[in-house]
Ligand binder design. Structure first.
Ligand code: RIB
Ligand code: CA
Length: 327
């Protein structure tokens, strides 16, 4: 089977880090580069954090490119309250010096997408993609597929009653991306809160991971402790929603999620700024520009996530079903 080439555009970030680990462990994917965008962490911090994750998994061969440092119009608002002052759950992992690239993220995206069939898995605000549209629209349109962790259809927001962080942090960028996809008759895969909220890493699952593979488990425990505390304080759940890895799992196995095609527009102003307005009933009579995902098999996600991160086979995850239960 030929590997599919992928660029991961992200804002590490705790769940971004788990997503990077999953992508690098998935044999279907060749990660040809990681582009960093301002989001959870300021972009330079995200660059440092990506290197820490790559060092952990022995993959510093993967180039990391620094992208946009602020949204295209709005003031930048980070999410360090959720991801800790170091952006990695206050794990304060040792810095990894060097590995700077000659070019920035947008130039990397433009140069690669123009010449090769590459998909993008976007796990942060879409500021880099908006900058790519402005710089080289043909390269943007040459993207094989675009899978975006972002937005919400019927699920409540996590930055306002209706807005999810990635689209709220830079709504103008998200709006431009969805508009350009509409103009070209292409569809973005929207892996939104409707499905990611069902992907909860619980203490029991984490303990299971630690027993199966202490080194990987300890790393995940280090970077998620702060995230567990945050979720208890703000969402009153015991566990943490790991949004971004689901976008990678869905890229690898589309059957993990279900949904429908719809026209989607992103609100860029007012009280619902950042909302992904999903026209599921066709009021606007516009062709779909998105695959909106609304159902997920959380058991199959964790089976894929754990078996790949721990280099084991699903058959060996005997007690996982008791912990998750099939949906
Ligand atoms: O709203 C959740 C999303 O925003 C995730 O991608 C998280 O990492 C942050 O970027
Ligand atoms: Ca993210």
């Amino acid at each position: 089977m030929e590997k599919r080439k992928v660029i991961i555009d992200c804002d590490p970030g705790i769940d971004d880090s788990l997503a990077i680990m999953l992508a690098l462990k998935s044999k279907e994917i060749e990660v040809i580069g990681i582009t960093i965008v301002c989001g959870n962490s300021p972009v330079e911090m995200g660059f440092e954090n990506a290197k820490k994750v790559l060092k952990q998994v022995g993959r510093l061969d993967v180039p990391v490119f620094v992208g946009e440092s602020k949204p295209i119009k709005r003031d930048y608002v980070n999410a360090l309250d959720t991801h800790g002052e170091d952006g990695l759950g206050e794990s304060f992992l040792p810095e990894v010096a060097g590995y700077e690239q000659e070019i920035g993220a947008v130039d990397f995206l433009a140069s690669v997408l123009k010449r090769e069939k590459v998909s993008v898995i976007a796990l942060g605000p879409m500021t880099n993609l908006a900058a790519l549209i402005e710089r080289d629209l043909d390269a943007f349109y040459n993207m094989e597929e675009l899978v975006s962790m972002g937005g919400a259809f019927k699920s409540h927001g996590n930055c306002s009653p209706v807005a999810e962080y990635n689209y709220w942090c830079d709504p103008d960028a998200a709006a431009l991306v969805y508009e350009k996809m509409y103009q070209k008759g292409k569809r973005i895969h929207m892996v939104g809160l409707d499905v990611t909220r069902k992907i909860v890493l619980t203490p029991t699952i984490l303990e299971y991971i630690c027993r199966l593979n202490p080194e990987t488990g300890d790393f995940i425990k280090k970077i998620t402790k702060f995230y567990f505390d945050f979720h208890w304080q703000w969402e009153h759940i015991i566990g943490c929603v790991i949004n971004d890895p689901l976008a990678v799992a869905y890229f690898v196995d589309r059957s993990i999620c279900g949904g429908f095609d719809s026209f989607v527009q992103i609100e860029t102003q007012g009280i619902s700024l950042g909302q992904s307005v999903v026209d599921s009933m066709g009021f606007y009579k516009k062709e779909p520009n998105a695959r909106v995902l609304t159902e997920v098999d959380s058991y199959r996600f964790f089976e894929l996530f754990i078996s790949r991160l721990l280099d084991t086979t699903p058959e060996k995850l005997d007690i996982l079903q008791d912990m998750i239960g099939r949906v």
